[in-house]
Design a protein around this ligand. Sequence first.
Ligand SMILES: [Zn+2]
Length: 422
Amino acid sequence: MPIDSSSGSLIDIGANLTNGAFRDDLAAVIARARSVRLAAIVVTGTTVEISEAASGLAAEHPDFLYATAGVHPHHASDWSEASALALSQLLREVRVVAVGECGLDFERNYSPPDAQRSCFRRQLELACDVGKPLFLHCRGAHRPFLEMLDQFRGRLPKVVVHCFTEGVDEARAYVERGWHIGITGWIADEKRGGALREAVRQIPLHRLLVETDAPYLVPLNKPDARRRDRNEPAFLPWVAKKLAECRKQEESLIAHATTRTSLEFFDLAGPAQLADIYNYREVTGRMSTSGQPNEAQLAAVAREGFAVVVNLALHNEPRYSLADETGVVRSLGMEYAHIPVQFDKPTQSDLLAFFSTMEQHRDRKVFVHCAANMRVSAFVGLYRSIVEHLPDEQAFSVMKTIWEPNEVWSRFIAEMLAASRT
Ligand SMILES: [Zn+2]
């Protein structure tokens, strides 16, 4: 399993992205989450319908979003055997990584306690059957919650108690049982978070996970945040920051540890890596090349410290181009240069535009791609030969690992080399 450890990226293990609060701007919310270097989001399912929607959303963003499938105690009255069947079907999908959100909520009792218990029990049985982790909710029910779970002792899969808000004793009871604990913006709430701030100092680092529970619980340490504001995954770094303060540890350590724990706990594939991009080749320390990256792979490009993305493919190659590469690259904080080169008709002016872009960004890390790294490897070969004066053998060494240029390109390369030497 590839684990990204270099970047200080975070994983939001609980966000209610199917909530109506995100109806109008979900794409922008997801783009902002990527732009603050989140590596993944687990979208919470709280009813059968919402779990189906969460799974659908995860299917649309396969390397960034995952889902849970479960019925929240608030909706326990709606539970039926059809729910069990629907959830077990969802849980066959790789992208549905946990059973939940389920548990007990005797604080609000939106469903009667007996209905909550039987709905919870059925989901505990389901989790034991499918062996996927449990994503649990507990409010005002610590004792009965433990009693029910303890009946499954020895059979339970991995457990995370999400949105933990209680104190040292409750945390200890969970940690003793080998469970994990999810920390939200509650920790940054000066009025309500005192016991939690005390408790997080006692929880072993490798048992902690972070989450927004968006759209709820906006972290109040975020400047200008007001209690009723909509929360979103891009605010997760504020939760990590407060957690780091309480534990007197570096934020980068918190990020590294919680990300690693999340990847292992949910068995996530991990964030996209440069090496996964089609025909990826590192040319020099400041220049890498490839075919068309997808959005998640562009996020990996940003994480690796590239400042500029140069695209030599057309924007309207339906098999390759992204809907809005300009927007994606800029949202990731990189500069974007587009020099569309017709594959069957490369021109000298394309090449000169490429040279001047490369010269303009001489001191920055530049990522150059087209559709398949054929155009790019030829242009980079010419750049290294004509501008950097490397011997042709060396200048074109990367191109040789990708393709043997066709007639159009052999002629183009020969003409450009000849023109530069007269
Ligand atoms: Zn909850």
